[in-house]
Design a protein around this ligand. Structure first.
Ligand code: NAD
Ligand code: DAU
Length: 350
């Protein structure tokens, strides 16, 4: 099988590429990525020389490029992760999210459709990786299931919801064999330090303020990125075409509690007196339209396909912190580009 993985140089994509390249030596894996600020080939240095792996630089918004690529390579499957992924950036610049997340996805769907059922091709599946944010926000009770109505609030989640609708439309209208998964918040190695957990790890290292939006009461359901990649593997290989699966860790935390835990573990790891890092916590202006709570019911994935997370939050967080402490060069490189984050909660390019 020749598989195109999009966004493979990003956080989750790099873990998916690694898993597929190592676990399936008989597959050929092409990693298509535009290398935006979030894409980093250093994430894949351990597998870049493998004979079943190839990097393709390109932008999914460029329709001519995408259709030529599919015509030439005649892929058997797509796993689509390329996206603009940061909610705060979507509030500042929504159109980039429309271009990549909506137009880019439709370009890929068209290219896949043109291979599907052609005489000399064998296109088998289009797997779209999406987010739980399409379902909107929860109050104190309940969890998102696969039948929860879509109710996106940010430009990011609106663009992801739109792309999910297009994927379903291509299944229902053209019979394209599609799969969708909607996952909760990931954490782990290679996470770009604009997102809450890696941002705070980096700021703790440098004794900088830890910006907590509002009162820090918002709840997220955290999943270790390697477990997300494992779920994608299972769904890709065994789910029924046209189906949707929620992926989550049953691991809800208030933001403030996650950051307090991080501060405590990092006091120990950095040999700082207990309580030192907590003093860096700084409450800042809330995110506009900030969703209060996400929680995923992953029972369908567990019951149908047997997937459960392989690590606890404590284990995953400990390996994540160790990775960041041991990969100072990675962190320095990605924070010395056209990105900076100020403690007042605003981000700015420079
Ligand atoms: P990321 O921002 O770390 O990586 C995105 C990758 O896509 C980067 O390598 C970037 O260079 C590439 N890319 C961006 N625009 C592109 C374009 N126009 N053409 C080609 N490549 C482009 O994102 P992530 O956190 O790894 O998320 C990956 C996918 O998973 C996204 O679709 C996201 O919506 C989804 N998701 C993320 C999370 C999470 O917690 N991070 C949770 C659920 C779902
Ligand atoms: O739920 C899945 C989604 O999780 C993915 O689809 C997105 O791509 C991913 O970025 C993530 O979105 P969030 O907005 O939940 O993640 P983020 O790390 O930006 O924020 C997590 C929580 O922490 C959220 O409630 C906002 C808050 N926060 C975030 C930042 C960056 C802060 O309090 N301070 C911060 O500086």
């Amino acid at each position: 099988m020749k598989i195109l993985i999009t966004g493979g140089a990003g956080f989750i994509g790099s873990h998916v590429v690694r898993l597929f390249v190592n676990k399936y030596p008989n597959y050929t894996i092409h990693n298509l990525d535009a290398l935006t600020y979030a894409g980093n080939l250093a994430n894949l240095s351990d597998i870049e020389a493998k004979p079943n792996y190839k990097f393709v630089k390109g932008n999914i918004v460029d329709n001519d490029f995408i259709s030529n690529l599919f015509e030439t390579e005649k892929y058997n499957a797509v796993i689509h992760l390329a996206a603009e992924s940061h909610v705060d950036r979507s509030i500042t610049n929504p159109i980039e999210f429309v271009m990549t997340n909506v137009i880019g996805t439709v370009n890929l769907l068209n290219a896949a459709k043109s291979l599907y059922k052609k005489d000399n091709t064998d296109f088998q599946k289009f797997y779209h990786v999406s987010t739980d944010e399409v379902y909107g926000a929860l109050g104190d009770e309940g969890m998102f299931t696969e039948t929860t109505s879509y109710d996106p609030h940010s430009p990011y989640s609106a663009s992801k919801a739109s792309s999910d609708h297009f994927v379903r439309a291509y299944h229902d209208t053209y019979g394209l064999p599609t799969l969708i998964s909607n996952c909760s918040n990931n954490y782990g190695p290679n996470h770009f330090p604009e997102k809450l957990i890696p941002l705070c790890i980096n700021n703790i290292k440098h004794n900088r303020p830890l910006p907590i939006y509002g009162k820090g009461e918002n709840v997220r359901d955290w999943l270790y990125v390697v477990d997300h990649a494992r779920a994608i593997d299972v769904i890709f290989h065994t789910a029924k075409y046209g189906s949707t699966y929620n992926i989550g860790g049953h691991n809800e935390w208030k933001n403030i509690d996650v950051i307090r835990l991080l501060c405590k573990i990092m006091d120990e790891k950095l040999n700082r007196p207990a309580g030192t890092n907590e003093k860096l916590i700084t409450f800042v202006t809330d995110r506009a339209g900030h969703d209060m709570r996400y929680a995923i019911d992953a029972a369908k994935l567990q019951n149908d396909l047997g997937w459960v997370p392989s690590v606890t939050f404590e284990e995953g967080l400990a390996s994540t912190l160790d990775w960041y402490l041991q990969n100072d060069e990675w962190l320095t490189n990605v924070t010395s580009g056209n990105y900076t984050k100020y403690y007042d909660g605003q981000y700015a390019s420079r």
